[in-house]
Design a binder for this molecule. Structure first.
Ligand code: SF4
Length: 107
């Protein structure tokens, strides 16, 4: 028993969410993008925003480097950061499509 107490504590490996949870996340993602499309809001995030988002992800504890996925939501990050309708599940970056495109043209 004493020997067991002396063993170093190794962190539990991160796991992706269950397939059911990932399917729900994907359905929500598709739904938000479709809603943005029909309400004339932005669907895709600008290139500079995508770069900012992925830079944040790369420093995050939930970043799965090999798969370029998020351990928290299970999303493939190259797709998630490209969608204006998506936000980080930890609040580290936000969605960018709250303003309809036509309003950005106003003076
Ligand atoms: S989406 Fe958020 S939680 Fe996931 S890796 Fe990026 S910053 Fe981290």
């Amino acid at each position: 028993m004493e020997q067991l107490k002396k063993l170093p504590i190794t962190p539990t490996p991160q796991k992706f969410p269950s397939l059911i949870k990932e399917a729900k996340n994907l359905a929500g993602c598709v739904g938000r993008a479709a809603k943005a499309l029909v309400t004339h809001k932005k669907v895709l995030a600008p290139t500079e925003i995508r770069a900012e988002r992925i830079a944040i992800c790369e420093k995050c504890e939930y970043f799965a480097k090999d798969a370029v996925r998020c351990y928290k939501c299970g999303c493939k990050l190259f797709a998630k950061v490209a969608l204006a309708t998506e936000a980080c599940p930890e609040g580290k970056w936000l969605k960018t499509n709250e303003v309809p495109e036509w309003q950005e043209l106003l003076p």
